[in-house]
Design a protein. Structure first.
Length: 327
């Protein structure tokens, strides 16, 4: 039944000459890649720190759960189950590994669903965010890389995580020492995932002499998620302890924060893996690169722009003082 649904969508793509392909690929990317990270970074740095912290928490918890389930369930992609399924070629190249649940839908729903929850009083924004969630979820079926059950499971994981994240942050803010607990839990969970991804057994099924899913690739995906988990927990703790930046500032200062911080994050996102690969094994590269990216968003860049803004404010205050009279 699920494969038949994908084939119906595939026939529609072929009958319409693929005129909607770019549209749905765009929304597919809104749940993964650099786009969600730039959006959540902009919210965290420049619009509403508490909202950004809530979204980042939901994204990291849901991503961890989804990746753990994916490594455990080891469900093959639709085209492995039925060769008649032909995904859009540009999406097929990046859709490696197992299928259940959909990572794009999990992270995308955590972000856009979280925006709908946080800004629920803003009807236009709430409805737009919900529409993006629906389009992301449907796009993963439309492009042919996930079954309906992959997407539905991801939606459930993300929606539960949004509720849990709100409770976790409320619990955190009631006592200062609980941020240290979150850092410790994040480090422990990251270590567990590194060990699990590398030590568990995987199916070793072949077709025409080719391994259907490479366990080494799946282990690397687990290492990436572990790196994100490390960076999130450590960055969240250090920002709370040492930085305490605010987003209740002038509009031009908010814009400057994002315009200065986003390009360097983009550099880290696209170049860091390649740079580290010259000296380190792939597993270490995945952990370190993802750690640095999340550490930068949560702590390092806020530390930099807070120091700059304080120095700039002090200089302005000094320049505004009247000159002392000379005798």
């Amino acid at each position: 039944m699920d494969i038949q649904y994908l084939l119906i969508l595939q026939h529609f793509r072929e009958a319409t000459g693929g005129i909607f392909n770019s549209f749905f690929i765009f929304f597919s990317d809104m749940g993964w890649s650099i786009f969600p990270m730039l959006i959540v970074s902009g919210i965290y740095w420049s619009i509403d720190k508490k909202a950004g912290r809530y979204l980042l928490t939901a994204m990291r918890i849901s991503d961890y759960i989804a990746n753990f389930i994916k490594l455990t369930a080891c469900v093959y992609r639709p085209w492995i189950r039925d060769p008649a399924v032909k995904p859009i070629e540009s999406v097929f190249a990046s859709s490696t590994g197992y299928s259940f649940p959909s990572g794009h839908t999990t992270v995308g729903t955590s972000l856009w669903g979280g925006i709908a929850v946080w800004y629920r009083k803003n009807r236009a924004l709430r409805n737009a965010a919900i529409a993006v969630v629906i389009l992301i979820a449907f796009s993963r079926n439309y492009v042919g890389v996930h079954t309906p059950q992959d997407v539905l499971a991801a939606l459930c994981i993300a929606l539960i995580t949004l509720w849990v994240s709100g409770k976790v942050l409320s619990w955190l803010d009631r006592r200062e020492d609980r941020y240290l607990w979150i850092m410790g839990i994040s480090i422990a969970l990251g270590i567990v995932l590194v060990l699990y991804a590398n030590l568990k057994s995987y199916p070793l099924d072949y077709a025409d002499g080719v391994l259907l899913v490479d366990p080494k690739k799946m282990a690397l995906d687990g290492m990436s998620t572990a790196g994100k988990t490390f960076g999130f927990g450590i960055g969240l703790y250090l920002e709370h302890k040492y930085v305490h930046f605010r987003t209740e500032i002038a509009a031009e200062a908010r814009l400057a924060r994002f315009l200065c911080g986003a390009p360097f994050y983009a550099f880290l996102f696209y170049a860091l893996n390649g740079v580290l690969a010259y000296a380190l094994p792939q597993g270490a590269v995945r952990v370190i690169a993802e750690f640095i990216g999340h550490f930068y968003i949560l702590f390092l860049y806020p530390l930099i722009f807070t120091a700059y803004e304080k120095r700039h404010a002090a200089a302005d205050e000094k320049a505004g003082q009247p000159l002392e009279k000379t005798v």
